[in-house]
Ligand binder design. Structure first.
Ligand code: ADP
Ligand code: ZN
Length: 843
C-alpha cells in the first residue's frame, strides 16, 4: 500500500500449531488482501505447509523489514475473510503462552477443533489436456513413468503428491529412485497436470445430508393421493414416499426416510424424479445421540424444584454479583450432594436472562453428560458440549454452533475454557480442585486458573465449586480474595455417609497376609447384594499386581527403558506404565535363575477377580484407563451402572468423581494408602480429596450410605479427617505443613526437567540452565533446589535431571521472566527441557 512515495510491506505475525515456537513473521504478498487478526492462513514452515492464525499485523516501509532476522517468506493463502478465532480468545491464548512459558501456536491450536488446523497437502490433478494426452490417438509421445503418473492422477479427482510418489516408486520396481519432482514439474509445465493445495480437514469438517422435498408437482400428486387414493402410475413404494413427504413441509433427510422403512433408491428415476427435489444441507452432528448421550442423571430434578435454604441464599448472593456484571470470584465449598449443579444451573439462567452466556467446566469427559443433562433440562438445544471424547466432526460442529452464537451455555472439559462464546457472564469450574484441569503435556496450563483470567478479561462472575477445595483456592477465600460460599448440608437433609476404617495390619495378623477384602468389607458387600443396592470399590492403581519380586534374591522385574518396575496385567503380561514396553512374566528370575517369582501389590484387575470369586452371583464391572481404551467404553460402563445392570463397580479415581448414582449405599476403599507413600508435597491433599469424594458417592438417594476405608495408616490426618469429612480441619493441618516445608500455596513453584542421553549430560545441562536463571534473578526470596536425578530418573531411554524454583508469591512474575530469558539464551536445549509452572505433581 503506497504511503506518500514509500512502498509499504505488510507483515503478519502468525501462530503455527507447533510446540515451543515463537510467533513467525510473514509478508502478505501483493495478490492477497490483508487478513483479519484471528483469521487462518496457510504458511510455509520449513519444508512443510501449515495452517496458522494471524495474531498481529503491521506495515513497515519496504526495505526495513529486512531488519528481522532470517529470510522473510510470503503467506500462501488466507482461509477466512474475517476472524476465525475471536479477539478475546486470542488474547487469552497469549496470556497462557506467556504465563506457562510455552509457544503461542500450541495454545492457539488447542483453542479450536483439530479440523481448523489440518495440514494442507499438495495434490496433483489431471487437466483436460492431460486427459486428451492419455487417449490412445493422442499425438504426444508419453512413456514410462510419466504415463503411469497421468494414469494415477486420472483415477481420482486428485491424488496427494506423497501417494503419487510411493505408487511411482513401486511402479519403478527395484531400479533407481525415479526423479519424481522433475516428472511432476515437467507434466505441470506441459499443462497436463495441475498442482494445488487442499486443506485436509475441511472435507470432514461439515457434515451434509440429502434433504428430500416435494416439488409443486409432487404436492399436487400428494393431494390427489390423499383424496382419491390413486395417483397415475405410481407404485406402492413410491406412494409411500410421497405420503411421508406430504406430512413434512421442509422436507425430510433421506436417512430419515430410510429409517421409516422406505426405499429411497429410486428418487432420481422416472416416476419420482419430477415429484421430489433433493438438496444438500448442513447438519450438526448430535453428540447426545452418541455413546455419551446415555449417561444421564437418573434422578431428574424438576426445573422449578424448591431450593434448599442454603442453595436459595447462595443463588441470591451470587445472583447479585452476576447482575453487577463485573469480575468477581466466589468459592462454593459445598459438601458432596449439597446440590451444587442445581446452583450453577440457576445462576446460568440468570446470566442468560440478562443476555450473557455461561461457560461450565467439568474435570473429566465422563462428567459432561450428567452435568449437560441438567443444563439441557433448563436450556434445551442452546447447550453445546466440548471435549476430546467427541468425534472430530462432532467437535467441529459444536464449536461452530458456539461461534455462530447458537448456544447460551457450553459444558466442557479443560480446553472448553477457550470456547468462542461471545458474551461470557458466568464461568463455573466444578470440582475445581481436580488435577485433570492441569494439562500434563505442553501447554501445561491449569484450566481453572485460565478460567479466572478469562473471567477478569470479560468481567464475569467466576464460581469455583468443590467439596474439597484446592489449598490454593481455599486460602484465597480465607484471605478474602475470593468470596466464600458454604453449602454445609446435603439436599433434603440427607445424612453424609457413615465412615469407618479397617486397620489392615490387624486384619493381616488375624487372617493371613495379602487380603484384598477385609471381613468387614465382605460382609457389607453381601448385605448390599441381598438388598439389591449398589457398591463402589475404589483402588487407585490399575493392573493385576504392581510388581514382580524374586523371593530368592529380591530382584524386581523392571522396565529396560525406564527406572520403574513393570506392572502385571492379566496375570502373565508385564507392562511399563510410562513407555508401554511389554513382556511375558518369566518363570524364573533373570538375576539368580530362581523359580520363586511373586506378584506383589494388587491393582484394580486383582480386585475385580477377587470380587467375582467371592460373590459369584454379583454383576461386576471395572472402570479404569485399561477398560476405556475405545471410544464409548466408559460411557457404556457408567450407563449400565446407572441403569442398575451392574451391582459392584470396581475402579480407579475415575469412579470417585462427581457422579450421582442414588442406588449406591456402600463405598469401599481397598487401600487408602496408595497415594500416601508418594514423595509428592500434595500426597496428603490428594488422599484427603479422593477419600472425601468417593465417600460422597454413597447415600445420595433415599437410603443412607456407608463407607469402609481399608488402610495400614488409620491414624494419618488425611485419612482421619476424610472419615469425618472435616475440610476446614484438614486445611489447617495441611497449610501448616506447607508453611514449614515451603510449598505452594505458600510459595510459587516451578518444576524443571532436563533430558539427556546420559546422566552426566542431563545434569550438566540442567546445571547450566539453573546458573543462567540465577544470574537473572536477584530476588532474595528465590530458592533453587537441584539439579538432582528426577524421581523417575530414566524415562523412555532418556536420563532426567530435575530442579525446583521457589519464590515468594509476590515475586512470581520476576521468576517466570528469568526462566523465559534463560530459555531464550539456550535455544539449543529447548527440545530437552520441560518447564512446569505451578506444577500439580513433582514426580
Ligand atoms: P453436588 O454436586 O453438590 O454433589 P448434585 O448437584 O449432584 O450435588 O446434587 C445431588 C442430588 O440432589 C441430585 O440428584 C440433584 O438432582 C438433587 N438436588 C439438587 N438440588 C435439590 C433440591 N433443591 N431439592 C431436591 N433435590 C435436589
Ligand atoms: Zn518403560
Amino acid at each position: 500500500m503506497p504511503t506518500g512515495n514509500v512502498e509499504m510491506t505488510r507483515l503478519a505475525s502468525i501462530a503455527v500449531p507447533l510446540p515451543q515456537i515463537d510467533l513467525l513473521s510473514y509478508r502478505v504478498p501483493d495478490g492477497l488482501d490483508t487478513p483479519a487478526v484471528g483469521a487462518r492462513v496457510i504458511v510455509p514452515v520449513g519444508t512443510r505447509t501449515m495452517t496458522g492464525c494471524v495474531v498481529a499485523l503491521e506495515e513497515v516501509p519496504e526495505g526495513e523489514e529486512r531488519a528481522s532476522p532470517g529470510e522473510l517468506r510470503d503467506l500462501i493463502d488466507v482461509l477466512d475473510s474475517e476472524a476465525y478465532l475471536p479477539a478475546d480468545v486470542l488474547e487469552l491464548a497469549a496470556w497462557v503462552a506467556e504465563y506457562y512459558l510455552c509457544g503461542p501456536g500450541e495454545v492457539v491450536a488447542g483453542a479450536a477443533p483439530p479440523t481448523a488446523w489440518a495440514e494442507s497437502r499438495r495434490v496433483v490433478s489431471l487437466t483436460g489436456e492431460g486427459r486428451r494426452a492419455l487417449s490412445p490417438d493422442a499425438g504426444v509421445p508419453l512413456g514410462g513413468l510419466a504415463r503411469t503418473a497421468l494414469e494415477l492422477a486420472a483415477a481420482a479427482e486428485h491424488i496427494p503428491v506423497s501417494t503419487l510418489r510411493s505408487r511411482l516408486e513401486k511402479a519403478a520396481g527395484a531400479g533407481p529412485r525415479p526423479p519424481l519432482a522433475s516428472i511432476v514439474r515437467t507434466l505441470e509445465r506441459l499443462g497436463l497436470v495441475a498442482v494445488s493445495q487442499v486443506i485436509e480437514g475441511d472435507r470432514v469438517a461439515y457434515k451434509t445430508e440429502r434433504i428430500v422435498e416435494l416439488t409443486a408437482q409432487g404436492s399436487d400428486v400428494a393431494g390427489r393421493l390423499a383424496e382419491a387414493g390413486t395417483a397415475g402410475r405410481l407404485g406402492p413404494k413410491q406412494r409411500d414416499i410421497i405420503g411421508a413427504l406430504a406430512g413434512a413441509p421442509g422436507g425430510l433427510p433421506a436417512s430419515a426416510l430410510r429409517r421409516m422403512g422406505l426405499d429411497v433408491s429410486g428418487l432420481r428415476r422416472p416416476g419420482l424424479r419430477d415429484l421430489v427435489s433433493i438438496r444438500h444441507a448442513r447438519v450438526d452432528r448430535d453428540p447426545f445421540a452418541g455413546p455419551w448421550g446415555r449417561v444421564g442423571r437418573t434422578s431428574e430434578l424438576p426445573v422449578e424444584a424448591d431450593l434448599t435454604p442454603e442453595q436459595a441464599a447462595a443463588v441470591e448472593r451470587l445472583g447479585e454479583r452476576l447482575d453487577a456484571a463485573s469480575f468477581h470470584v466466589a468459592l462454593v465449598h459445598g459438601v458432596t450432594g449439597s446440590g451444587k449443579t442445581e446452583l450453577y444451573s440457576r445462576l446460568a439462567a440468570r446470566a442468560v436472562k440478562s443476555g450473557r452466556d455461561a461457560l461450565v467446566l467439568v474435570p473429566e469427559i465422563a462428567l459432561t453428560p450428567g452435568v449437560a443433562a441438567v443444563f439441557r433440562a433448563r436450556f434445551g438445544d442452546r447447550v453445546a458440549i466440548q471435549h476430546s471424547g467427541l468425534s472430530v466432526g462432532e467437535r467441529h460442529d459444536q464449536w461452530q454452533r458456539i461461534r455462530r452464537g447458537d448456544v447460551d451455555v457450553v459444558v466442557g472439559t479443560r480446553s472448553a475454557v477457550f470456547a468462542p462464546l461471545p458474551r461470557v457472564g458466568l464461568i463455573v469450574v466444578d470440582e475445581e480442585h481436580d488435577a485433570s484441569y492441569k494439562q500434563d503435556e505442553s501447554p501445561r496450563y491449569n484450566g481453572r486458573d485460565v478460567a479466572v483470567v478469562r473471567g477478569r478479561q470479560s468481567g464475569a462472575l467466576v464460581v469455583l465449586g468443590s467439596a474439597t477445595p484446592s489449598m490454593e483456592s481455599y486460602s484465597h477465600a480465607k484471605r478474602g480474595r475470593y468470596e466464600m460460599v458454604t453449602l454445609g448440608r446435603r439436599v433434603l437433609d440427607r445424612p453424609l455417609a457413615a465412615v469407618r476404617t479397617v486397620n489392615m495390619r490387624d486384619e493381616f495378623a488375624e487372617t493371613g497376609p495379602d487380603h484384598v477384602l477385609s471381613r468387614a468389607l465382605s460382609d457389607a458387600i453381601q448385605a448390599r447384594l441381598d438388598r439389591r443396592e449398589q457398591v463402589l470399590l475404589l483402588l487407585n492403581r490399575r493392573g493385576y499386581s504392581t510388581s514382580v519380586l524374586c523371593r530368592q534374591c529380591g530382584a524386581t522385574l523392571d522396565c529396560p527403558n525406564c527406572s520403574v518396575s513393570l506392572v502385571v496385567h492379566g496375570r502373565s503380561l508385564a507392562v511399563c506404565h510410562y513407555c508401554n514396553h511389554a513382556r511375558r512374566v518369566p518363570r524364573t528370575c533373570a538375576s539368580c535363575g530362581g523359580p520363586f517369582l511373586e506378584l506383589i501389590g494388587h491393582g484394580t484387575e486383582r480386585v475385580e477377580a477377587e470380587v467375582r470369586a467371592a460373590f459369584p452371583l454379583a454383576r461386576v464391572a471395572r472402570l479404569d484407563r485399561d477398560t476405556v481404551r475405545h471410544r464409548g467404553a466408559a460411557a457404556d460402563v457408567l450407563a449400565k451402572f446407572g441403569d442398575g445392570d451392574v451391582d459392584v463397580l470396581v475402579g480407579t479415581q475415575m469412579i470417585a468423581k462427581g457422579h450421582d448414582f442414588p442406588r449406591v449405599t456402600l463405598v469401599g476403599v481397598i487401600s487408602a494408602d496408595v497415594g500416601l507413600g508418594l514423595a509428592d508435597f500434595r500426597a496428603a491433599e490428594r488422599t484427603f480429596q479422593l477419600l472425601t469424594q468417593v465417600v460422597g458417592r454413597a447415600g445420595r438417594g433415599e437410603s443412607p450410605g456407608e463407607a469402609i476405608i481399608q488402610t495400614v495408616y488409620p491414624d494419618h490426618y488425611s485419612i482421619q479427617l476424610a472419615c469425618r469429612q472435616d475440610y476446614p480441619a484438614f486445611f489447617d493441618e495441611e497449610i501448616a505443613f506447607r508453611r514449614a516445608m515451603h510449598y505452594p500455596p505458600v510459595v510459587a513453584l516451578i518444576n524443571g526437567i532436563v533430558r539427556g542421553p546420559d546422566h552426566a549430560g542431563a545434569m550438566a545441562a540442567a546445571g547450566e540452565l539453573v546458573r543462567s536463571i540465577r544470574s537473572r534473578m536477584t530476588d532474595r526470596s528465590l530458592t533453587v533446589l537441584g539439579p538432582a536425578p528426577a524421581p523417575v530418573a530414566r524415562l523412555k531411554g532418556e536420563h532426567r535431571a530435575q530442579f525446583f524454583l521457589k519464590c515468594a508469591p509476590s515475586a512470581r512474575n520476576r521468576m517466570r521472566a528469568a526462566v523465559r530469558d534463560a530459555l531464550r539464551d539456550h535455544t539449543d536445549l529447548r527440545r530437552r527441557i520441560t518447564i512446569d509452572v505451578d506444577p500439580l505433581s513433582i514426580l
